[in-house]
Design a protein around this ligand. Structure first.
Ligand SMILES: Cc1cc2nc3c(=O)[nH]c(=O)nc-3n(C[C@H](O)[C@H](O)[C@H](O)COP(=O)(O)OP(=O)(O)OC[C@H]3O[C@@H](n4cnc5c(N)ncnc54)[C@H](O)[C@@H]3O)c2cc1C
Length: 591
């Protein structure tokens, strides 16, 4: 059944400035209020050409607002309780995990479609994607792609855009002994359709006795994750997600359906693996290598001391100094750091390491020397440190960890800062690490550490020899994330929190490793030198390939390759730094 809902865009915001005069020869992506916005007939024709559906937006929060579609108390209660559930957002054509404030599930908050795409194509097949890409290229409207909507930088949202929602493109196909996988150290290949999430993929891997390099959260989708690099709890062993790719099936900006691999369009093959989502093409499916089922020892730990004390920061610095040794000895996994746990007197470092194919004794032998120092009143500790860890055998890593882990809660107004630390940074003197880590994570914030690189990423067996993953990853040990949030509809808090994140906290991490960078999928999208930070030395080649494969800028997002070929303007009251991110709109014009 095809449902076409006529356009109901109701944002006064656009009317004020979207049609403001610009250089007449300058191409601007039309907004719903622009004179060159496609006519209703054109939208109807697009809808008719689609085997899927074209929808106008009904933001998920409308059910809480009297007079809006679907408004009932029951639906509102559901929306409120599901707002933190990323699976619920993934199943909604318009919603994303971090929707900002344009239509919250709160009757007293304003609600409009201003932060949402103008239309969504619910794509079921390659032909739907081709129709949508061709329409965007021919009319010039802004095009975005949404898989699950997990994206922190907001690249799967865009006010007034045409969105291709890939979540309904389904399917997983396993080929044991695929020679393409065997050539690069795998035992099978797995072809994954663009709409799949890690839960679906891990279930298939477990059923086939395979291990696959995938996301740490089962609700993350394959598209943005793998195109942006994709770190995994086991990437320290096998490399990043993009390093596993044998072949991609895509629709490029010219509307062509292409199979891309090391022999077919090798330059595009290189760029797609790490060059970022919605930049070169729409992904329809990806084929990756898989490895045998993997017994693993997990080591769950927690070290506690006085909250926000000198001892706490020394402990954190010492812990970080040990990370290269742990990683080189076979540890991988995650840790989280709370300088002050829930307003108590306790400061904590906790987490879990994984030791693939190691016994519990071997795992303990690796962790013990560090733990003995921590728990034996070292010279740098003024307060007692308590805690420790325990090992646990896992028969199959995929079943016991990947499928057992609870998905993370989403739905906050927030932003991430992050930085990739190499061995040189982690080997800095205790006092230096202490000072910088303290500046990065003042109470009440947390630090999330990802020991997901090291040897496996440095020596990854990459099909075709190399890919576009930022070179910063190849010398990385820990990817450090510093999340921030603010109360919704509070522009003052948002400005204060995001400014100090960008200018102080993130800078403190950066000073530890000035020549390193950040992971594009979990970085602050407002960093000014994002090209070097997110893509490193690969940027010039990526930009050339962007010009070759998408000369008209059909795909545009922030911060993405080629973003700087366009400029974004908006109402003067808006902060320029924010323009073009997620729901913050703007008039996007070719420079
Ligand atoms: C709770 C949570 C846990 C996370 N855990 C991890 C983790 O363990 N490892 C890790 O590396 N990252 C992790 N991330 C970050 C994750 O990599 C990004 O959020 C990523 O963008 C998700 O991709 P997606 O397709 O699910 O999301 P989306 O928001 O739908 O898309 C993200 C980007 O990719 C583009 N895109 C999506 N699908 C396609 C497609 N088919 N073709 C072209 N472009 C597409 C979008 O346009 C957008 O630019 C996590 C994020 C969250 C919120």
């Amino acid at each position: 059944m095809r449902i076409f809902i006529p356009f109901l865009f109701n944002s006064a915001l656009y009317l004020n400035w979207a049609s403001a005069a610009t250089n007449p020869s300058q191409h601007c992506k039309p907004l719903p209020s622009s004179p060159n916005w496609p006519s209703l007939e054109q939208w109807h024709a697009l809808n008719e050409s689609l085997s899927g559906q074209l929808h106008a937006p009904i933001p998920a929060g409308t059910v809480c607002h009297a007079g809006q579609p679907g408004y009932t108390n029951t639906s509102c209660t559901i929306a409120k309780t599901q707002w933190g559930n990323s699976s619920w957002h993934a199943n909604n054509p318009w919603s994303t995990d971090y929707n900002d404030d344009t239509c919250l599930p709160d009757p007293i908050a304003p609600c409009s479609t201003a932060g949402y795409p103008a239309y969504v194509v619910e794509a079921l097949a390659a032909s739907d994607v081709q129709e949508a890409v061709n329409f965007a290229r021919q009319t010039g409207v802004r095009l975005i792609v949404k898989g699950t909507g997990h994206d922190w930088p907001g690249r799967s949202s865009g006010p007034g855009a045409l969105s291709i929602w890939t979540h309904r493109i389904r399917g997983i196909n396993v080929t044991h002994n695929d020679p393409r996988a065997v050539a690069y150290g795998g035992v099978a290949s797995v072809k994954i359709a663009a709409g799949m999430q890690w839960r679906d993929i891990y279930q298939q891997a477990a059923a086939h006795n395979l291990t696959i390099v995938g996301g740490g959260d089962v609700n993350v989708g394959i598209g943005g994750w793998i195109l942006g690099g994709g770190h995994s709890p086991i990437s320290s062993r096998f490399g990043l997600g993009a390093d596993q790719v044998l072949e991609l099936e895509v629709v490029t900006a010219d509307g062509k359906h292409r199979i891309v691999n090391e022999n077919s369009y090798p330059d595009l093959f290189w760029a797609l693996r790490g060059g970022g989502g919605s930049t070169y093409a729409v992904l329809l499916s990806v084929t990756v290598k898989a490895y045998p089922r993997m017994p693993t020892t997990a080591y769950v730990f927690s070290y506690n001391t006085t909250a926000n004390s000198d001892t706490f920061w020394s402990l954190l610095a010492y812990f970080h100094q040990q990370l290269p040794m742990l990683s080189d000895s076979g540890a991988m996994g995650y840790y989280f750091v709370e300088p002050t746990v829930n307003s108590t007197a306790v400061g904590m470092i906790a987490g879990g390491w994984f030791f693939p194919e190691k016994t519990t004794d071997q795992a303990k032998a690796i962790v013990s020397p560090m733990e003995k120092v921590i728990l034996s009143y070292p010279s740098w500790a003024k307060d007692p440190i308590v805690g420790g860890g325990f090992p646990e055998e896992m028969d199959d890593f995929t079943t016991s960890f990947c499928l057992a882990a609870e998905p993370q809660s989403v739905g906050v107004d927030g932003r991430l800062g992050s930085w990739i630390l190499d061995k040189k940074a982690l080997s800095k003197p205790l006092d230096t690490l202490k000072t910088q880590l303290k500046k990065s994570t003042p109470t009440p914030w947390m630090l999330l550490g990802h020991l997901v690189a090291g040897k496996g990423v440095r020596d990854a067996k990459i099909p075709g020899g190399s890919n576009a993953v930022s070179p910063h990853w190849r010398s990385a040990y820990s990817h450090i994330v510093i999340p921030r949030s603010w109360p919704y509809l509070n522009a003052t808090d948002k400005a204060a929190v995001t400014t100090s994140l960008r200018n102080e906290a993130n800078e403190a991490l950066r000073e530890l490793a000035p020549t390193s960078g950040a992971y594009m999928n979990e970085a602050d999208p407002t960093i000014s030198d994002w090209q070097e930070v997110l893509y490193g030395d690969h940027y010039p080649r990526l930009l050339e390939l962007k010009k070759k494969w998408d000369p008209e800028g059909v795909f545009w997002c922030k911060p993405c390759v080629g973003n700087e070929l366009w400029e974004v303007t908006g109402p003067s009251s808006m902060d320029k730094v924010e323009w073009g991110i997620g729901q913050t709109g703007g008039k996007i014009c070719r420079k």
